[in-house]
Design a protein around this ligand. Structure first.
Ligand code: UDX
Length: 436
């Protein structure tokens, strides 16, 4: 099939590339000329494991194209995926202007039956809005379906190719049949497609992300309580997760959730609820608790060092999680902000995300080239991202290079006994404090 994808951000580019890998001819449209030229030359604009290989394979195979012209793409395809940003407005509600602008253009450009597939995360009722808008612009028949995306950064290609489910929300047989054909290579391989109405589909996305954010937040609360009563959150997590009704995933306590989806979607669901007089009290608490969790280690470092003024603090990890260069809503940013406010000198290391942090914090902090340079002379080390390279460091090098043997681990990477053996002061989340 010929498919157009409008928007080559994270979701658009991964979806377009993977749809091409399922055998479709995919035309990706973006208004950013520079980015389009870059992609035409075979360069992937984002860091995502596996993406480059699939991207190049499909460009070479003549199935993946890039253009700035929606009109050109629509000449060869009557299925258009919208993968446009829906950033939070000042009040937390999703800004639909990109989606509605493109919908209007599609309405103007249509010359035959067209299926508009919305992949952007949008509030309940957006399909209807898009439908009503296009209706005013065209005399040709069309359908709008909702097909939310559940990609995780760092695993996006895998998540697209082997999703736990494909959700399609629509109200026309014709549209469902086209969606069946698009996803046939996946459903043939046993992936289930769940069909429903548009509104339920739109809400499925928000409810899923908000539920996961709540699950993480619940565990952070349990972890903080564990510290007060002397329980070990790792044991509690394991015990809880063994109940299949709870499941063992997304139970890891840490520095709170970040990234481009959970914070934005939780806010947007709270806001959409308010618009119809529904108070999502649980999500309001989730937001508050999560915000606090990001910097929960700062008072601990401060207490240990007797103040932060003039202290050298090393940070391992800047990305909001491992396997991505994304720093949106990353705990590291708030940690740096508080450390600087309190007069500390900060040296940070992240193999991928440093360049993005440089754009924000410029030369207010020092960026180390590797994890061991980062801790040279440090009064304390804070671990903010669970990158694989931090999981098994040479503790002897740390002992040699650090001024104090003190680790504040926001990701619970180490065994308590091992750190005690090496003589570290080791503060993690929801576990016993190891004092040297
Ligand atoms: C998420 C959803 O998983 C995905 O389905 C959706 O489409 C987009 O949002 P992503 O933001 O890439 O994906 O990251 P994810 O791996 O889900 O982690 C989100 C945040 O939760 C990260 O900050 C991570 O560190 C945190 N997290 C995750 C925890 O603190 N504990 C956990 O047990 C799991």
């Amino acid at each position: 099939m010929n498919i157009t994808i409008v928007g080559t951000g994270y979701v658009g580019l991964v979806s377009g590339t993977c749809l091409a890998d399922l055998g479709h001819s995919v035309h990706c449209v973006d208004i950013n000329r520079e980015k389009v030229e870059m992609m035409q030359k075979g360069k992937v604009p984002i860091y995502e494991p596996q993406l480059e290989e699939v991207f190049l394979r499909n460009i070479k195979g003549g199935r993946l194209f890039f253009t700035t012209e929606l009109k050109e793409a629509m000449k060869v395809s009557n299925v258009i995926f919208l993968a446009l940003p829906t950033p939070p407005g000042e009040d937390g509600s999703a800004d639909l202007s990109y989606v509605l602008n493109v919908a209007e253009q599609i309405g103007d450009l249509m010359t035959e039956y067209t299926l508009i597939v919305n992949k952007s995360t949008v509030p309940v009722g957006t399909s209807e809005k898009v439908k009503n808008l296009i209706q005013t612009k065209t005399k040709f028949p069309f359908d709008v379906v909702s097909n939310p995306e559940f990609l995780r950064e760092g695993y996006a290609v895998e998540d697209f190719m082997k999703p736990e489910r494909v959700i399609v929300g629509g109200s026309s047989q014709r549209a469902f049949e086209i969606m069946d054909r698009i996803y046939l290579p996946l459903t043939n391989a046993g992936i289930k497609m769940i069909k429903m109405d548009e509104k339920s589909s739109e809400l499925t996305k928000y409810a899923s992300n908000s539920f996961l954010a709540t699950k993480i937040t619940f565990m952070n609360e349990v972890a903080n309580y564990c510290e007060k009563v002397g329980a070990d959150v790792d044991k509690v997590r394991f015990g809880m997760g063994s109940d299949e009704r709870i499941g063992n995933r997304f139970l890891f306590p840490g520095l709170g959730y970040g990234g481009s989806c959970f914070p934005k979607d939780v806010k947007a669901l709270i806001k959409s609820g308010k618009e119809v007089g529904h108070n999502f009290q649980i999500l309001e608490s989730v937001e508050k608790i999560n915000q606090k969790q990001k910097t929960i280690l700062i008072p601990e470092v401060e207490k240990y060092l007797g103040g932060l003024e003039g202290k050298n603090i090393a940070i391992w990890g800047l990305a909001f999680k491992e396997n991505t260069d994304d720093i949106r809503e990353a705990p590291s940013l708030e940690i740096i902000e508080q450390l600087l406010e309190k007069g500390a000198k900060v040296t940070a290391y992240d193999s991928i995300a440093s360049d993005n942090v440089k754009k924000i914090w410029k030369n207010k902090i020092t960026y180390a080239d590797n994890m061991y340079d980062c801790i040279e002379g440090a009064d304390a080390l804070i671990i903010a991202t669970e990158w694989g390279e931090f999981r098994n460091p040479h503790f002897n090098i740390l002992k040699e290079k650090m001024k104090n043997r003190a680790i504040f681990d926001g990701r619970n990477l180490y065994d308590l006994n091992e750190l005690a053996f090496h003589g570290f002061y080791y503060k993690s989340i929801g576990r016993k404090l190891i004092k040297k």
